[in-house]
Design a protein around this ligand. Structure first.
Ligand code: 16G
Length: 241
């Protein structure tokens, strides 16, 4: 499996072969992989070379090192296609995961200048401010802070915010969600974010800002989300027209 005469560096060959085993499902999330010493002995190569391969896979989120225990296959990242305008609940269900929500805060606030501009309301108008941890199969994936005009989304309750807000808006209020603009930026977890998402302070995260509009052009929501970088990836299909 390892070709020492190939121009392809040996660490890269090892990296690819472990990656293949994970992609094919021969190595599953939670499986422990052999130690650096075992790889080095099996392939008659230096431990430094093995370490380089494993470090790369840890950095790419394929493997996780646990002090004193070993190196394990990480959970596969959840893939979200940036095509349709979907909700967290729909995304998770479509991928066979069970969505749930931990409601951290639900209150009404006065629109600040920034929020008023983004939601096309007057400064001081009443907005819902909803903070939620979004989970897949019980694991925290994202932290969301959602702002919506109270005058538009009547009767929103804590109970609703524990489930799908999009479903409530469409099915109960009969409003038509049309399109959104979204900004994605890489960032690192700050202290409170790391605690809520159960990751190390400074771990990579994706910061997303979404503005969603109704068919009549009214902004429905302005949302800040922090997604775990080790659990989530966004995929974009691009067509050359
Ligand atoms: C997604 C949206 C968020 C929206 C939520 C509704 C991103 C980055 N954000 O998390 O803007 O409020 O879905 O989800 O995708 P819900 O219907 O499950 O409450």
């Amino acid at each position: 499996m390892i070709n020492k005469h190939s121009p392809v560096p040996i660490y890269y060959q090892i990296e690819q072969s472990i990656k293949n085993l994970i992609d094919k499902g021969d190595l599953k999330p939670g499986d422990m992989i052999p130690s650096e010493r075992e790889y080095a002995e099996n392939y008659q190569i230096s431990r430094m070379t093995v370490r380089q391969a494993i470090n790369n896979l840890v950095n790419d989120g394929y493997l996780i090192r646990q002090k004193g225990k070993g190196t394990f296959v990480a959970s596969q990242k959840i893939e979200q296609k940036l095509l349709g305008l979907t909700s967290f609940t729909e995304d998770m269900k479509a991928r066979g995961h069970v969505p749930s929500t931990l409601l951290l805060d639900f209150k009404k606030i006065d629109a600040t200048n920034e929020l008023a501009v983004n939601l096309n309301v007057q400064m001081g108008d009443a907005l819902y401010e909803i903070k939620r941890i979004r989970l897949a199969d019980g694991f925290p994936m994202a932290l969301e802070t959602n702002y919506m005009p109270v005058q538009l989304v009547h009767h929103l309750t804590e109970e609703v915010a524990k489930g799908s807000i999009y479903q409530f808006v469409e099915q109960r209020l009969g409003l038509e969600i049309d399109y959104a603009t979204q900004e994605l930026e890489s960032s690192v977890a700050r202290e409170t974010e790391s605690e809520l998402l159960n990751i190390a302070k400074g771990a990579p995260v994706l910061h997303i800002k979404r503005r969603t509009f109704l068919k009549n052009g009214c902004p429905l929501e302005f949302v800040h989300s922090i997604y775990r970088g080790d659990r989530y990836k966004f995929v974009i299909d691009m067509h050359r027209s």
